[in-house]
Design a protein around this ligand. Structure first.
Ligand code: 5GP
Ligand code: MN
Length: 356
């Protein structure tokens, strides 16, 4: 039995279903209505990851094929990408945030769950002729005027691919490489819960364009400087296991300081992969890496194996994300950030929301 499009499926909480047909139609119309000579600004979230950048640059190439000439892609903060994300097709459309159109005809946001993830570019939500939000975070605050938010989608690139399809843009290898980077990033290379049959079907469509998954995966995931390997050794060596935390399901965590980066001559992005080495700890459901971004500010990555909904922890602390992967910006010392997390774990145990 097929549910009518846009209907709330049985067992699905309101807000968890994907975009309605009306929302798809409005998004298609917004793109088609860009006037000749109109400027389109694409923005993804601060500290872009593979899904943010890949879905944005994949979509940018599609817009170019549709004949949009005045097209910029950007992200807030320093104009600096992690080495593994450099060299993607469409990269030439990237501009620093300081050069982004001040009042584009259309703004499209990628993978940002809230307006705060747009950093200094947040003002474009007011100055743009229209603002369209493509995302897959259940915590999305619907901060634009038009929304394609699908919490069931494994990646924002799933939403981007469907919008390209509805706009009549066929996949080519350039678009596919970007969307593949996005899809593999957010599914952990097809290992996470979100890896549905539809995800593999999308991967098949992307691979059919001739892109090389081995080369792409090596470049994106299996490639880091020797200094980063040594840095990981040190940071993992100070990991702590707290078996009693999270109602006895266990917490494992570590932290990395700016001094650690300096001593090993590394850039901050290398720390993004650390959580994968921490979260495999068998004795803990919840894992956490606290990464210093300035004297009293920390970027926090949280992961769960299912007993705890870490998006609830992150949202309570001012961030967002998904049930199994979430994050927020912590303030104070690393210990203070960890105390804040410990204080939220019990409330975020799955099932605790039913006990009033
Ligand atoms: P990561 O740990 O890989 O940086 O992020 C995991 C998930 O949490 C991603 O879905 C990401 O979008 C979300 N996330 C990470 N940091 C933040 C944050 O500071 N604010 C919000 N709203 N979401 C975040
Ligand atoms: Mn994503």
């Amino acid at each position: 039995m097929t549910a009518p499009t846009g209907a709330v499926l049985p067992g699905t909480a309101p807000g968890e279903s994907g975009p309605t047909e009306a929302e798809w139609a409005a998004a298609v119309a917004a793109v088609r209505q860009v006037p000749a000579g109109g400027r389109v600004l694409l923005v993804c979230h601060v500290n872009p990851d593979g899904d943010a950048l890949g879905s944005m640059l994949g979509f940018a190439q599609g817009l170019r094929r549709l004949g949009v000439d005045l097209l910029q892609a950007t992200f807030p903060g320093p104009f600096d990408l992690p080495d593994p994300l450099r060299g993607l097709p469409g990269e030439e459309m990237l501009v620093p945030a300081t050069e982004a159109y001040p009042d584009p005809d259309l703004m499209i946001c990628f993978d940002a769950a809230s307006a705060s993830r747009l950093g200094e570019l947040v003002d474009r939500l007011d100055t743009a002729g229209a603002a369209l939000v493509l995302d897959h975070h259940a915590s999305n605050t619907r901060f634009g005027g038009l929304h394609l938010v699908d919490p069931q989608a494994a990646a924002t690139s799933v939403v981007a691919e469907e919008l390209l399809d509805r706009l009549g843009v066929p996949l080519d290898a350039g678009i596919a490489e970007c969307l593949y980077v996005a899809l593999t990033t957010d599914t952990g290379s097809f290992r996470f819960e979100a890896t549905t049959p539809a995800v593999h079907q999308m991967a098949a469509r992307l691979l059919a364009t001739g892109i090389r998954p081995g080369d792409i995966s090596r470049r994106i995931f299996d490639h880091r400087p020797f200094g980063a390997v040594r840095l990981f050794g040190e940071v993992l060596g100070r990991a702590r296991l707290e078996p009693a935390a999270a109602g006895g399901r266990g917490l494992v965590w570590t932290y990395a300081t700016q001094d650690d980066l300096v001593r090993h001559g590394q850039r901050p992005y290398v720390l993004e992969a650390l959580i994968d080495s921490v979260r495999c700890t068998a004795e803990a459901d919840v894992s956490c890496v606290v990464k210093q971004v300035s004297a009293h500010e920390w970027a926090v990555s949280l992961r769960s194996k299912g007993a705890v909904d870490v998006s609830r922890v992150a949202v309570a602390l001012g961030g967002g994300g998904h049930r199994f992967a979430a994050g927020f910006t912590g303030r104070g010392s690393a210990d203070e950030v960890m105390d804040g997390i410990r204080g939220q774990l019990d409330d975020a145990l799955v099932g605790s929301e039913d006990q009033v």
